[in-house]
Design a protein around this ligand. Structure first.
Ligand code: ZN
Length: 198
C-alpha cells in the first residue's frame, strides 16, 4: 500500500509528557479497534520510527466516508521527542514565519518565482529549531520589531509544525473530521495535520 501519510502533530505537549501521552493514546486507539497493539515495519517511513501499529478491526471508524472503502491501510507510527515536521515531500523549511508580536511575515519560500528556500531568511529559524530540539527552548529575534520570540510561538503556517509527539497514518484513506476532533479532545492539546509522501 501507499507511501503516503496523514500526520497528526501535538504542538503543545512537552517532551517530558510525550511518552506517557503516547502510551495512553495507543491504548485508547487499541481499545477503539482503530489499531492493534502489534508492531509492523511494513510501509513505515517515519522520521525516528520504523515500526507502527497495524489497523484494527474498526479502522473504518477513523476515516471519512470514502465510497467503496477502497483498501486496507498500513500501520500507524508514533513518534516522541522534539522534532520539526513539514508537510509534503522533502525540505525542512517552513514557507514563511509570522511574528506573533508585530504580525509581520518572513517569507522563506516563494513558489512562483523561486523554488529554492531563502536560506538567509530561514537560517535563524533553522538554528533555533536545532537548539530547541536539544534544550526545549530557543528564540528568534524578529527582523521587523526586534522582539526575541520563542521559536515555538512563531506562526509557520499550515505546512510546518514543531512538536514532541506525532502520529503517522501510513496509507490511510483521509481521516474523518470527527475523528480529528476526537483525537484533539483525547490529547487535550492543539494539533497540526499534515499530509505527505515518502
Ligand atoms: Zn515582530
Amino acid at each position: 500500500m501507499g507511501d503516503f501519510f496523514e500526520r497528526i502533530v501535538d504542538v503543545d505537549v512537552t517532551e517530558e509528557q510525550a511518552g506517557a501521552l503516547a502510551a495512553r493514546t495507543i491504548s485508547w486507539l487499541v481499545a477503539e479497534g482503530v489499531i492493534t497493539p502489534e508492531l509492523s515495519s511494513e510501509g513505515v517511513y517515519s522520521p525516528g520510527a520504523d515500526m507502527g501499529h497495524p489497523p484494527g478491526r474498526n479502522w473504518r471508524r477513523a476515516v471519512a466516508d470514502t465510497p467503496g472503502a477502497p483498501w486496507t491501510p498500513g500501520p500507524v507510527a508514533v513518534m516522541t521527542g522534539r522534532n520539526s515536521y513539514t508537510a509534503g515531500q522533502g525540505g525542512d523549511e517552513a514557507d514563511r514565519a509570522t511574528c506573533p508580536r508585530c504580525a509581520r511575515t518572513v517569507v522563506v519560500i516563494d513558489p512562483p518565482g523561486r523554488p529554492e528556500p531563502d536560506e538567509a531568511a530561514w537560517r535563524p529559524f533553522r538554528e533555533a529549531v536545532a537548539v530547541w530540539r536539544r534544550t526545549g527552548a530557543a528564540s528568534v529575534a524578529c527582523p521587523s520589531c526586534g522582539t526575541a520570540v520563542p521559536v515555538t510561538e512563531w506562526d509557520f503556517g499550515p505546512g510546518f509544525a514543531l512538536g514532541a509527539l506525532a502520529f503517522d497514518f501510513w496509507g490511510w484513506p483521509p481521516l474523518a473530521e470527527g475523528f480529528h476532533a476526537e483525537f484533539r479532545r483525547y490529547l487535550g492539546h492543539r494539533t497540526h495535520v499534515h499530509t505527505g509522501k515518502f
